[in-house]
Design a binder for this molecule. Structure first.
Ligand SMILES: Cc1cc2nc3c(=O)[nH]c(=O)nc-3n(C[C@H](O)[C@H](O)[C@H](O)COP(=O)(O)O)c2cc1C
Length: 175
């Protein structure tokens, strides 16, 4: 049995839903999974886990600075263990941007950090216009209009391919 830590950063909860799905999938395979928001991930605790997974969403072109700080501070211990990273964005709904090598946010992050995760996942996220404030809704609708996505201000659209998330969970269990 492995003790697996998943550190996550989310704004609207979708990355946490992906983490929950990973846990549901991995625990029956005989492992113990702890989910911890990045703000509560204590460096000292990292060493007590066998594997570490980090997951984060994109907001206005970047992963949360707190998440990137966490990775940079802990790159050495992350590199010593089987580890995985996943990124959640709506640009990843596009087939030409849904791989670690083709997703611009993941490419940029991996260039910047010293951590080399063994597995990297790129998942399409969710649009939830009713949940957003007026300005965010307007800006995201404009970006969606530019990129051929949903623009109805009432739209709630989940682009996530859950089979892809499940396959990633199986990969984590095998790392
Ligand atoms: C204010 C805002 C800004 C966003 N900016 C981007 C972006 O720059 N690129 C992108 O691909 N997705 C962007 N998204 C989409 C989010 O990455 C997507 O909604 C994701 O599911 C959010 O996950 P979370 O709920 O875990 O934060 C944005 C969403 C919001 C609400």
């Amino acid at each position: 049995m492995a003790r697996i830590l998943i550190v996550y950063s989310t704004t609207d909860g979708h990355t946490l839903r992906i983490c929950d799905r990973l846990r549901e999938l991995i625990e029956p395979l005989g492992h113990q999974v702890s989910l911890v928001p990045v703000a509560e991930a204590l460096e000292a605790e990292l060493r007590s886990f066998d594997k570490i997974v980090v997951g984060a969403s994109i907001r206005y072109g970047r992963h949360s600075p707190a998440l990137v700080d966490f990775i940079e501070r802990n790159a050495a211990v992350l590199n010593q263990k089987p580890s995985a990273f996943f990124s959640v964005s709506v640009v990843a709904r596009k087939s030409e941007k849904n791989q670690p090598s083709t997703n611009p946010y993941v490419r940029k992050l991996l260039r910047r950090i010293a951590w080399r995760p063994r597995a990297v996942g790129v998942f399409a996220g969710k649009i939830d216009y009713p949940r957003y404030g007026a300005l965010d809704r307007l800006i995201i609708r404009f970006i969606m209009w530019l990129t051929g996505g949903p623009t109805d201000p009432e739209a709630v659209v989940e682009f996530t391919d859950w089979r892809q998330v499940e396959a990633f969970g199986e990969l984590i269990a095998r790392l």
